[in-house]
Design a protein around this ligand. Structure first.
Ligand SMILES: Cc1cc2nc3c(=O)[nH]c(=O)nc-3n(C[C@H](O)[C@H](O)[C@H](O)COP(=O)(O)OP(=O)(O)OC[C@H]3O[C@@H](n4cnc5c(N)ncnc54)[C@H](O)[C@@H]3O)c2cc1C
Length: 506
């Protein structure tokens, strides 16, 4: 038979290849997993076409939902044999497209591996399977008056496998550290299906610190099979201050002042007026909706420590010009103050058909200047933006409000987002806050890193996964893409990248 040459022949040949791959894949997967752990039909795989970044979608060839380690390994080996790429997935709450499928690949969800293996109250550790939800760890440890400190706002749903892959943060991470600082040991499967232990339950592990390389690697280096995490004692007391400011700039300055006064709050978060107004009717947290900005500053510890810290933080906030300061009077009020912050993202749906959550980090001292810059960009791009974020960490979460049905608005929101990240880099910050790079920030990686640095990332990926089986085309841009990105800036957005799916709303 002659080689196909017309467009339609090429398309038909590609479709025939895909049918053959799918048939071989179906046979191979059914040989290693029971039928109830596999999804092939479009109506079943459709829910896996995207993560929380819903603008980008791609149906996978199949979804595998293994129930144990042996099944994960078997799936990895079957896919390696057939050269079918694998996208690991937890709860799919990621916001950068990290768990979005690739067209010729499968999704490997670890959501069914959701057993708490052990709580060791003496060692203050929990050993859990990857599909255990973040909040479920604290719930399981509560009887020992212990909890797992990193607390993403999605903690009711997101899994520890996803948290490790994204190095997730949360309100408590300013004081207690990110996921990286709270994970002691990970057992993972490589793309070849070999099981490797990283880290240890002791204070240090021999050899190179591969655990630090693995945490935050966005499902590209291996599949988390089990993790041992630190638990910390539940503080006997916690109180939160809610301080109002009449300008965002005046609210931003005391963030660095609190920390330079020698206080590490258990949480230091900011919400601007747009955020407070969108969330208040929803949760009735008692927010001052006239304030231009609200700071929430938490202290936890022994009652005397909390009392002293709250007094010191209140003094710093008052000196900075707070127009009102309220301190939670009991646990119910403390939780109410936080409930608005925790529900801010979903509340955005009340005031806008769609929102696009950006995520970048800057030095705390530059907060006022960068927030002012974001305001100016909102005017330039003609879109509203709500700011609600981990101020103490300098981790911004501008929520760009747009209407996907209005022609061109999503494209404008994306450009606005890219401009915010460029602002973060220019202020000495980083484009990778806590939501990872995924597919969303590939171009911004080219903005932040040199060619040599990107080449080093590619070399690490190659060392773990030479055949590029695991989550290919995520998190690390190709050198070609970065070269094109440089030119694109000159050529006014004319370059396209064929291997990255286009946004559905674009
Ligand atoms: C309302 C809302 C609030 C949020 N708030 C925060 C916040 O405060 N802080 C924060 O950091 N994030 C936040 N996020 C983002 C998201 O919840 C986190 O990134 C979370 O860690 C993702 O976990 P997941 O289980 O949903 O992972 P998924 O979205 O399924 O996957 C995320 C990444 O992890 C990889 N992965 C998943 N499981 C495994 C595994 N077993 N082995 C290897 N790789 C794996 C995937 O390939 C993907 O790259 C929020 C999201 C939403 C929707």
């Amino acid at each position: 038979m002659n080689a196909p040459d017309t467009d339609s022949e090429l398309r038909a040949a590609a479709a025939a290849r895909q049918r053959a791959t799918l048939a071989a894949l179906r046979t191979a997967l059914l040989a290693v997993l029971p039928p109830h752990c596999l999804l092939f039909d479009e109506e079943d795989t459709r829910p896996y076409e995207c993560d929380g970044l819903t603008a980008y979608r791609q149906l996978p060839l199949a979804v595998a939902l293994p129930e144990n380690e042996a099944q994960v390994v078997a799936v990895l080996r079957a896919c390696r044999e057939l050269r079918v790429p694998i996208v690991p997935r937890g709860a799919g709450t990621g916001l950068s497209g990290g768990a979005m499928p690739v067209a010729e690949g499968i999704v490997l969800s670890t959501a069914k591996m959701n057993r708490i293996v052990a709580i060791d109250a003496q060692a203050r550790t929990a050993t859990v399977q990857p599909g255990v939800r973040n909040l479920a760890i604290s719930e399981a440890a509560a009887g020992h008056r212990l909890y797992y400190a990193p607390d993403p706002s999605s903690q009711i749903a997101c899994t520890i496998g996803g948290n490790i892959a994204e190095n997730s943060g949360g309100v408590h991470c300013l004081k207690y550290g990110l996921t990286l600082h709270n994970v002691l040991r990970v057992r993972m499967a490589t793309a070849d299906g070999d099981i490797v232990e990283l880290g240890s339950c002791g204070p240090d592990a021999a050899g190179l610190d591969l655990l630090a390389v693995f945490v935050g690697s966005e499902g590209m280096l291996g599949v988390v099979l089990e993790a041992t995490v630190k638990l910390v004692p539940k503080p006997p007391q916690a109180s939160v201050i809610m301080a109002s400011f009449d300008s965002v700039v005046r609210g931003a300055d005391p963030v660095a002042d609190v920390i330079s006064a020698g206080i590490i709050p258990a949480g230091l978060e900011m919400m601007d007026r747009t955020s407070a107004r969108m969330v208040e009717p929803f949760v009735r947290a008692g927010y001052d909706t006239d304030a231009a900005a609200i700071l929430l500053c938490e202290s936890d510890g022994l009652p005397e420590e909390v009392e002293e810290e709250i007094a010191r933080m209140s003094a710093v906030l008052a000196r900075a010009g707070a127009t009102a300061i309220a301190v939670s009077r009991d646990e119910a009020e403390r939780l109410r103050f936080w409930s608005g912050r925790k529900n801010a993202f979903p509340a955005a749906g009340r005031i806008s058909p769609d929102y696009y959550c950006m995520d970048g980090t800057i030095p705390r001292r530059r907060l006022a200047e960068v927030l002012t810059g974001i305001d100016a960009l909102a005017v330039e791009y003609g879109l509203r933006c709500a700011n609600v974020f981990h101020a103490g960490d300098g981790n911004l979460h501008p929520l760009i409000l747009f209407d996907a049905n209005a022609p061109g608005e999503f494209a404008r929101a994306e450009k606005f987002g890219e401009a915010i990240l460029a602002l973060c880099v220019a202020a000495g910050g980083t484009i990778t806050g806590e939501h990872g790079v995924g597919i969303e920030k590939l171009d911004s990686m080219c903005e932040q890193f040199t060619v040599e640095e990107i080449a080093a990332f590619i070399a690490v990926k190659r060392a773990f996964d030479p055949a590029r089986q695991l989550n290919p085309d995520k998190a690390i841009p190709t050198l070609d893409r970065c070269a094109q990105y440089g030119r694109r800036k000159v050529d006014a957005g004319l370059f396209k990248f064929a291997h990255v799916p286009v946004a559905r709303h674009a």
